[in-house]
Design a protein around this ligand. Structure first.
Ligand code: AMP
Ligand code: TRP
Length: 323
């Protein structure tokens, strides 16, 4: 039987090349080989977006992004997380078998606490809702960026704990993290992230791409000096994009004779060449938002039917229903 692949992205800002190379591209590459569920994690987004109109807007934008990169709704069930409200019920049931000290060890929560942010209960419980997303559809593999690794481990632990207490119910999912990508750096050298304002937008204009690339910090080595490609953030982004010249570029770094200005100009050209066809497709898709909403609605119905079957079983096992 075909294995199930599932993943989601939060509609909290413009999709960027970190999202694309870390996660989204794999959804396109694998849709022929897996039964695939891809969704827009709008319940998760509520932990950081408290503006209804903005959330609607970001949601529609992300749906268009998915379609523009090549998600085919005939092959992939593309849907809104909130069109399957059963996931919040499953998350509640998982809450009752999860301890507070266990969730207190999650990185995202610890980071927010360390920064003295006011942590809402939704943010604290974020990994459990994510476990519900993953386990609800019987996912075998979950392609994500390295920053989500711990969340997949929490989903695995939760499945094992539930199965131990109530009997075999959930499949144990595996994370799929691309070794060669791991974490894409942003224009300030930190992880590229919607919340740091350091992104190169996947659908940015030529001018925005140029500006973002030019702002990446480099060391002060002159043109002729040898340079270390393994510590250069510009080189790290070069490596993501296809093109046979990466090896030649590495050699020029090591021998000296290339300046950062030239490296950045080459990168701008490479990014523009790569994103322009997707950008054009996206413009086409954006002309018909109704068609996009229809795809989401239909995907939601398919996903919900799976979820309802799963919840019948779960409700019975935990004793909420009588059979
Ligand atoms: P998010 O935008 O946080 O919903 O992330 C969506 C997907 O993109 C997740 O699988 C993340 O792990 C992945 N991702 C986000 N930022 C990066 C990055 N800088 N490098 C690699 N993957 C990333
Ligand atoms: N937490 C993920 C992120 O920030 C988004 C997400 C929510 C997700 N539920 C998921 C990813 C289930 C994979 C599977 O990127």
């Amino acid at each position: 039987m075909q294995k199930t692949l599932l993943s989601g992205v939060k509609p909290t800002g413009e999709a960027h090349i970190g999202n694309y190379f870390g996660a989204m591209r794999q959804f396109v590459d694998r849709q022929d080989d897996y039964r695939q569920f891809i969704f827009i994690a709008n319940y998760h987004a509520l932990t950081s977006v408290s503006d209804g109109a903005l959330l609607q807007n970001l949601t529609l934008e992300l749906a268009m992004d998915y379609l523009a990169i090549g998600i085919d709704p005939k092959k992939t069930t593309l849907f809104l997380q909130s069109d399957v409200p059963e996931v919040t019920e499953l998350a509640w049931i998982f809450n009752t078998i999860t301890t507070v000290p266990y969730l207190s060890r999650a990185h995202a929560f610890k980071d927010a606490e360390a920064k003295n942010k006011e942590v809402n209960v939704g943010l604290f419980d974020y990994p459990i809702l994510m476990a519900a997303d993953i386990l609800m559809y019987g996912a075998d593999i979950v392609p994500v960026g390295l920053d989500q690794k711990q969340h997949i481990e929490i989903a695995r632990d939760t499945a094992q704990k539930f199965n131990r207490i109530f009997g075999e119910t959930f499949k144990i999912p595996e994370a799929m993290i691309l070794e060669e990508v791991k974490t894409v750096p942003g224009t300030d050298g930190r992880k590229m992230s919607k919340s740091y304002g350091n992104v190169i937008g996947l659908f940015a204009s030529d001018e925005e791409i140029r500006k973002a690339v030019m702002s990446i910090p480099t060391d002060s080595k002159g043109v002729d000096e040898p340079k270390d490609p393994s510590v250069c953030k510009v080189f790290a982004i070069h490596e993501l994009f296809p093109g046979e010249n990466t090896e030649a570029l590495r050699a020029r770094y090591l021998s000296g004779g290339i300046g950062y200005k030239e490296v950045k100009d080459l990168l701008v050209e490479k990014i523009i060449a790569f994103v322009s066809p997707m950008r054009a497709r996206r413009e086409e898709i954006a002309r018909n938002p109704e068609a996009v909403l229809k795809i989401l609605r239909e995907g939601g119905e398919v996903a919900r039917a799976h979820a309802q079957r799963m919840m019948d079983d779960v409700r019975g096992k935990v004793g909420l229903t009588f059979k």
